[in-house]
Design a binder for this molecule. Sequence first.
Ligand code: N2P
Length: 346
Amino acid sequence: MYRKFTVLMAAISAAVILFGCSSGKKELYIYNWSDYINEDLVKRFEEENNCKIILDYFDSNETMYAKLQAGATGYDIVFPSGYMVNMMAQQGLLLKLDQSKIPNLKNLDEKYIPFSMDENQEYSVPYMISNTGIGYLASKAGDDFDPSWNIFADPRYKGRMTMLNDMREAIGAALKYLGYSMNTIKSDELEAAKKILIGWKRNLAKFEADQYKNGLVSEEFYFSQGYSGDVYQVMEENEDINYAIPKEGTTLSSDNMVILKGSKNTDLAYAFINFLLDGKVAAENIEYVYYLAPNKEAYQYLSDEIKNEPAILMPDEILNKCEVLKDLGENNELYSKIWDEVKAAK
Ligand code: N2P
C-alpha cells in the first residue's frame, strides 16, 4: 500500500514538473488593471491553446511596480502605462521583445505609437489608449456644468466626490487646473499643485481607483476622477452617469503589454499578445472595455455607438488637450514626496 502511494506521488510530481501544473495545462500569469480585458477572449485563448490563464489585478502603476519590486515573481505579462515601461525597462525587469513572434504588430495604428514611450516596441506593445476625466451624475451637476478639475473644490459636494488613488493622476489634475504640465519638475508649480490638491482632498470621500464605479452607480458619489472606459462601463447600470474631459485638459495613457524577464512561458506570452492584436479580437475587446485598442484592423468591426464616442475614438481637439505622463527619472521622487504630504494632510 505504502509503496503504491509513493510510486503514485512520484508520477504526479513528474507530471507537475513536465507540464507546469497539476492539470497538465500550460499556465500564463497575467497582471493587469482591473476591468481592462474582455474575459470571454481570455477563455477563447485558453480553449484554443489548451492552457490556463491566471489573472491578477492592480489599480495603479505604482501599486504594480511596488509589488514587483517587493519580489513578486511568477507573472508573465504585465500592462504598464508608457512612463512605467521606461522605469521597468531601466530596472532590467523586461524581456527585450522578439518581434518575429508577434506578426500582428503590423495591425498597430501608427497614429497612436508616439503616445507609447517605446516607439519601436523594443520592450512593450501598445494595448489600449485611455484618458482620465470626471465621471458624474448629470442630475447633480445640473445643465450648466462646465467640466473643470476645480469641481473638487465645491463644498456643496463634500463627501460625495472621489479622486484616483494614483499620485501622477491626482497631482496631474491639480497641475493641469493651474495650467501647468503634468510632467513639471519645477518646485513652485508642484508646491502650488500640492496646496490645491490638499484643498480638494478636504471635500473628497477618499482617494480610490476601483470602487468609485459602483459608488457612481449607487449614487453615493456624484463626481469621481476616473478612467474613460471604466466610467463608460458603468453607464449601462445607471443612465444618470456621464463622463467629461475637463476643459483644462487631462492625461492620455498608452497602456502596454510587456513580458517580464522571469517569464517561464514566453512562447505562450507572445501568442497571447499576438492574439490580442488580431483585428477582430481587438474590436471585441474595445466593445467590452470601452477603451481604444490602437489597432487599424479593428476599427472596421466597431459599432457606431463606439465609433461616435469622442472619449474613445478621440477627435484631435480632445487629443490636443491631453498630455502623456513621462518617466521623470530621479525627479519621480518629487511626486512621491508631495503625494505623501497630501496623504498626511488633515
Ligand atoms: C482600467 C484602467 C486603465 C486605465 N480599469 C489606466 N490608464
